[in-house]
Design a protein around this ligand. Sequence first.
Ligand code: PHE
Length: 467
Amino acid sequence: MSSNREHFSSRLGFILAAAGSAVGIGNLVGFPVSATKNGGGAFLLIYALFVAFICLPVMMAEMAMGRKAQKDPYGAYKKLSDRSTKWSIAGMLGVITPFMIAVFYMVITVWIFGYLAQTTLGNLDLLAQPEHFDTFINNTNVFWYMIVVAVIVNLILVGGVKEGIEKASKVLMPALFVLLIGLVAYVLTLDNAMAGVKFYIVPDISKLNAGVLNGALSQAFFSLSLGMGILMTYASYISKKDDIVGGARMVAITDSLVAFIAGLMVLPAIFSFNPNTNPEELSDSSVSMIFVYLPKLLLALQSDIGYVGASLVAGVFFLLVFFAAITSLVSIVEVPTATLIEEARLSRKKALMVLAASIGILTVMCTMSFGMVEWLTKFTWYGGANKSMFDLVYDIFYDTILPLNGLIVCIFVMYKWKKAKLSEELAQGCEGYEGSWMEKYVNFSLSTFIPVILLAIFINTVATKFF
Ligand code: PHE
């Protein structure tokens, strides 16, 4: 079975696909804004430390599980635990989580595509109106955009690992990088650009507190696509000769680098638009930054470069975010796809049909939960007023279950699968791993403080979100 399992054609293909998953909406706007609000350079440093010392070992563990088992997350937990029922439940959670995150990410990707289409049609002035976003998300036109996004994702995934995911990543990732660098180069020429760079980079240690640290770690976790079963699934498509340790490091570096560079695009733009911006007043939510604040700011560029010029810059920006979102969406839908192919023995086409229908229905419901359908807007029973079905999916699966899944990975590899087997797997393709300081650190951290930190985040989230 595993002999005819599909594989990436090269290590580069795997790294680009995994980096494509990791680089998403969170990197481009959410990261720069929260860095600026929460201590600038001090935040950047802490974030880098979290990525290197907490996230990287978890990433290596996820990848090792996937490659060893050559299976989707459900199959991996089952196989590596010798079919234990308890661990199969963990595996199920490892598939339900990406399935549900696919729903909320699809909703946002559809909006991005809508904004991209609207800018291309020359409607930037409309997008920049204060109430436009609310009108837009409640207009039935979003369903047309949804169909286009679903078709794109399906076309990529139906091609499979090599011809679909890998090929798309090899085009979209370099394109994304070029668009990003182009925008940075342009934005840095604007008046007051450097004021923004200063706020982003100069450290302000006084801003760091427990809440900021918690937020930074959760952000790093989400940004690296951890706890979603994605890296486990993608690593199941690489061979024993490939170096997981080096691959994980490359993915973490690429993801963090893109997030960092995005700050050199977003902050100069914000400060050039309004030199007196108070960073503390910037919205925490990537959604309101992307769909409400930035269109206003992009339209203001017309005083310099005219309406067409401003629309062009806006178009490039939304295209960039769209590319980032599509590669992430593809990666997350691939997880339940792999499960249906392997566990339910469906063909790839059939698996995708089942998922298009099921993710589709839930996405439509979430899309309607902003006002189109009354009862979907009122999920008040779980967390107070103003909660919608979209909030429910977001709060449970993104905020709460991700750190839990990370915790489960740590406990599984350390106490069920065992250190020696993890080391043996990581050493395949990475000469010198066994006996290295890296091995010692990975085994020590995954069996001690990393699960404790993830447990603390999980408990804290449950307590604040649901009680
Ligand atoms: N790393 C992605 C991002 O920053 C997270 C993600 C991956 C979300 C895959 C959904 C699917 O947006």
